[in-house]
Design a protein around this ligand. Sequence first.
Ligand code: B3K
Ligand code: ZN
Length: 855
Amino acid sequence: PAIIRRSDYRAPLWLVPDVALDFALDADATQVRATLAVTRNGDHDQPLRLDGEGLVPLSITVDGIALTPDQWSMDGSALVIPLSGNAHAVETLVTIAPAANTQLMGLYASGGLLCTQCEAEGFRRITFFPDRPDVLSRYSVRMTADKALYPVLLANGDPVASGDLEDGRHWAQWNDPFPKPCYLFALVAGDLACNADGFTTMSGRKVSLGIWVKAADLPRTAHAMKALKDSMAWDERVYGREYDLAAFNIVAVADFNFGAMENKGLNIFNSRYILADPETATDMDYDAVEGVVAHEYFHNWSGNRVTCRDWFQLSLKEGFTVFRDQSFSADMGSPAVKRIDDVRILRAAQFQEDSGPLAHPVRPESYMEISNFYTATIYNKGAEVIRMMHTLLGPERFRAGSDLYFDRHDGQAATCEDFVKAMEDGGGIDLTQFRLWYSQAGTPRINATLTHDAATGEAILTLSQAVPPTPGQPDKKPMAMPIRIALFDRASARHHGDALLHLTQAEQSFRFPGFSAPPVLSINRGFSAPVVIDSDRSQADLAFLSAHDDDPFARYEAMQQLMVNVLVGTVAGQAMDDTPVIAAIRDTIADSKLDDAFIAEAIRLPSESYIGDQMLLVDPDAIHLARDRLQAKIGATLEQEWRALHARTEANGFSLSSAAKGARKLRNTALLYLSASGAKDADAIAFAQFDRADNMTERQGALAVLASGIGDHREAALDIFYNRYADDALVLDKWFQTQALAFHPDTLAIVDALGRHKDFTLSNPNRVRSLYGAFAANQWGFHQGDGAGYRMVADIVIALDSLNPQTAARLVPPLGRWRRFDAVRGGAMRAELERILATPGLSKDVTEQVVKSLE
Ligand code: B3K
Ligand code: ZN
């Protein structure tokens, strides 16, 4: 496949200020008539070139006159029309088949609905158009459809008119006054019920809000509606951004390639990020609904009003919008726990990506298939880059920068450089060196050494940095980053305030006067920079920080590092002293100043894959064994504490307050350790929690514990759960996922059997991710010594590729990590990649991921 390069960017040759679309909707054959007002952009004599994918032009007219076959041509799948003047009206007619669209890109059918997904390049599967984000058009959309099958007709913008037709059909017209790129186009037709509400903006305009779902799901939309209104108010308060249309609609669909989509005025969501009630959604699900609703809403400014010039700038909207949704969720709940969660995700997904064959900069230089670049690097590292600017500038100057950015670029397709420039000009800062965060891939490693000069009473912190080589980037320059630190006096367990260090050189020393004795270093507080810190802090220092650090992230981090050191040492065959870990956990759960949610985060053992990430060669079996043993020891040593905690956190009635959510989190953690303790009654306690729970958080927490065990209640609990929720796709996903993630010796065989279960289907991306996506993330299960896990995932990649290449491609990266495993495993992983690559007719999506993984 062809490689698209950032350096090849050229402004569009033709613009389309206005477009009128007319859809005669039908699941099997939808007619699309598109009328494009096109204007020549600049002085050139190039023909009009309209992207298309799988489209056949049934008729083409220019200024109302039908073209003869010699007046147009196809170049591959694109339609080419030579035009004489500088402005013309070009009309095309095509027929598409939504029900046959298994890729879920363009116009497709999902559970009786017709809906669209256009980002990044799906619009070209609907009609011929210059499918690039820097062509902005005003849209007017007319739809006709069978009224019985599709009583509700929605599109972007505001509803203009509607009416009935003969033959049981009806029509509706929607206009969107804001020029937008075609990736933000959307329509939905179907039998939907509406949770209708309203919001009055800061300037007093009334906006009607609608969340559209299947009628039976209506009771599960209240949380999403609250999240939407909270987001609208937050964006006014924190960024001064007001909503701009009279209507804002959200539709939930069951079949969706990712989380949700920010189409102008008509967001379309994977139903898992809309629907929530206590019986079916965990607290994590509730938080995810809130975060994704906010994310898509925030795109109205960071993405829609100001969009991307080209897809290399994707992080301009995604990194910024993730930062915005993270800040919103922090404000809505606990900032400390939110930061810990976000960093855990960053490390699990982005650090792994950044250290492997698919590493790429936040602003990539090239791609084969843009769908492969909706990555943790673009999203989560991109958000960290924005966060660092926020840290460097402080909230007021950051706001001045963002105001300038929105002001300057409203209605435009902008670049990452435009954003940085606005921050410089509005915030008054020089970000010259900082820009490397956009162009250099790889996670910087910072080595921190603290020494003490007794003669001068100075503590001297030396930081050195190195950015590892990544594909195409063997040599790196030193980066600029804010490192927040504090130095603790051992005796008083206090410090003299944070210092924000500006690290800019390969090696730099910072001197701090006023220490008669060597202090304890708390570093990268709040995770101020997205880097790995290597420090020579002792287990005693880490234990000190895990008891006294007043920065919640740093306190959590000290505790994790304490555990990682023991685990990595054990895997390496050293005899490690685990008493500091157990003591730290005991003290943490006894600390009455800490809230339950934080305690639960802090005492949780690092995941097997995070432990693996600390090692050059990952030994999945040794890691599993070491972690399992430590967990058992913590369980047994503190058995009475776990019993007490489990009893203490039992709720009397359900609530969604932070305290209640924190208590449930801690309750599940206590159950996990109690079960690990080997106590005879642990299985029964877990089953009782499973059985009696009045909410999904506790029920699934207990199910996860039971599913990892070999106790008597395992099968029973899984059966009960299945029978209770067999009709609820989102909960059934949990049933598949819990088994795929379990620490059970037979996970491979269990997943294999689940792949043949009557409720398993390749046509629903949520189901595929729940089973195989989860399994590939289960380090111990996936990396079975004989490579059977690799074969199973490769089989799915091959089978799924012909149906849904985007979702198939997302299963490839776990196989690409072969360099990090022993020769037998690595060889088996490579063999599966080669086998995938040898499949005839392989998609661009999967080809790119596999080729890069093998390089
Ligand atoms: N912008 C969409 C993602 C589209 C993914 C296309 N492969 C959702 C989001 O980030 O908000
Ligand atoms: Zn986004």
